[in-house]
Design a protein around this ligand. Structure first.
Ligand code: EPZ
Length: 416
């Protein structure tokens, strides 16, 4: 079990480069099953979720090598179309392999990845999209079997702009005969990265970033290379760490335009923010003001993944901050842990009311999930004395060297 030690009270100073995006690279790794030869991904972060996705590719018979920040995948001759339960359960978003398996083999056998710390993770929208594209799906317990002699283009209306279901539909539709139109598609930047990759494979696809995506199928090109964009949630994490600890930092290799709701919230809290083409500078005030109400929504709204981090920054704020979570019912498990630092948080269903307190004290806390774990580390940076964050293995799923980067910024953080 990974245990992190944090001694708070040290303002952050310096500059770090933000890692490549976990949520952009995972669907591209799955989609690389469609490439009849090599895919090369640059700026690929070292994450346990990436390791899990690569292990699935290797199980399917692909070759894959992750050296430094370059991931090379050779999907010339995968020989299987089933993914065992233990591999599916290592990564919450493993269902993203459903569309690629159907597109490559016309068949897929996998198990539902099941719920996670954030609550149930249903995949009904994924299955609805596959059925509309012509797949026959048999569900038995947590096992799913999909077959399709020939996928055919379809109109796919989503009742909710699900990121993963949009990605599965985009990938499967590339192998369908005829046109596919996805309505109420997710608009996250990671959808645009997937579109960029599928275009490199020869797909005729447009509309990513808008609610309507059109796919005309494709004839796979033999190889593709892509640079993984910056991780917008990792960037939000470091900005909130600065707001928690105080000080002044610069993020490089990032994309400010993908972070507007987070930058606006931090600015409303009294942080001094400056942005360049791929840099963000933040100067934290002595004590942050309240951002007022923070309502999480699908992109381009305030991202649910950044809410725990902004909550950490509000714990010592002046005045109450109201969080309304609209995406995951299990999003607030970190809030109970934050109370151990002396935080004043009232939870009612999707609402969390944070009353800022003047001082937080170090405590022993347990990481409940990926973003909650990072938020506890951020809160500990602003607490007096030593804190211990246990079960912090969650953090390694989505952050490439969070402890190393925080130490580079002057924080006293180390991993046991
Ligand atoms: C992606 O998850 C991200 N993960 C999540 O980031 C992110 O929080 C989420 O999108 C929302 O932005 C990756 O990209 C790997 P959804 P995903 O399908 O695709 C419901 C992180 O910390 N839903 O948009 O699973 C679902 O229950 C992770 O990096 C259905 O009801 O999100 C949830 O309430 C956490 N049926 C909502 O939609 C379905 O078939 C959002 O889910 C699918 C989803």
């Amino acid at each position: 079990m990974s245990i992190w030690h944090v001694t708070g009270g040290r303002p952050l100073r310096g500059s770090i480069k933000v890692q490549g995006s976990k949520n952009a690279v995972l669907p591209v790794i799955a989609a690389s099953l469609l490439c009849p030869n090599e895919t090369e991904l640059l700026n690929c972060p070292a994450l346990s979720d990436v390791d899990a996705a690569v292990d699935i590719l290797r199980y399917l018979g692909c070759a894959a090598e992750h050296r430094s920040d370059v991931l090379r995948i050779d999907a010339a001759a995968p020989g299987r179309c089933d993914i065992p339960r233990e591999l599916m359960h290592r990564m919450r978003s493993s269902v993203i392999f459903l569309g690629p398996l159907l597109a490559r083999f016309g068949e897929a056998r996998l198990s539902v990845p099941g719920g996670c710390e954030l609550g149930p993770r249903p995949i009904d929208l994924h299955l609805q999209a596959m059925r509309l594209l012509g797949a026959e799906i048999r569900e038995e317990g947590d096992a799913i079997e999909c077959r399709s002699a020939a996928l055919r283009g379809a109109e796919i209306p989503f009742p909710f702009p699900s990121v993963g279901a949009t990605e599965n539909a985009m990938i499967a539709a590339c192998a369908a005969q005829g046109s596919t139109v996805i309505y109420n598609a997710a608009r996250e930047p990671e959808i645009e990265t997937l579109q960029e990759y599928l275009r490199l494979l020869g797909a005729e696809i447009s509309g990513a970033g808008s609610p309507v995506i059109r796919i005309e199928g494709f004839s796979p090109r033999p190889r593709a290379g892509l640079r993984v964009p910056s991780d917008r949630i990792a960037a939000a994490t470091y900005l909130c760490c600065a707001a928690c600890a105080g000080g002044e930092i610069v993020l490089t290799g990032t994309e400010p335009k993908k972070l507007v709701p987070v930058l606006n919230a931090l600015e409303s809290m009294g942080c001094a923010l400056g942005t360049g083409f791929d840099t963000i500078h933040i100067g934290a005030p002595e004590r942050v003001a309240s951002p007022g109400a923070v309502v999480t929504r699908p992109y381009p709204g305030f991202p649910t993944d950044a809410a725990p981090l902004l909550m950490a920054a509000c714990l010592k704020g002046r005045g109450p901050a109201m969080f309304i979570e609209n995406i995951f019912i299990g999003r607030y498990r970190h809030a109970e842990e934050m109370r151990r630092f002396g935080a004043d948080i009232l939870l009612r269903g999707p609402m969390a009311l944070v009353n800022g307190v003047p001082v937080l004290h170090g405590a022993a806390v347990t990481s409940p999930d990926l973003r909650g774990g990072a938020a506890l580390v951020a809160a500990a940076l602003g607490a007096e004395g030593e804190s211990v964050v246990s079960d912090a293995g969650h953090i390694l799923r989505g952050y490439d060297g969070l402890d190393v980067c925080l130490r580079a910024l002057g924080a006293d953080v180390w991993r046991e």
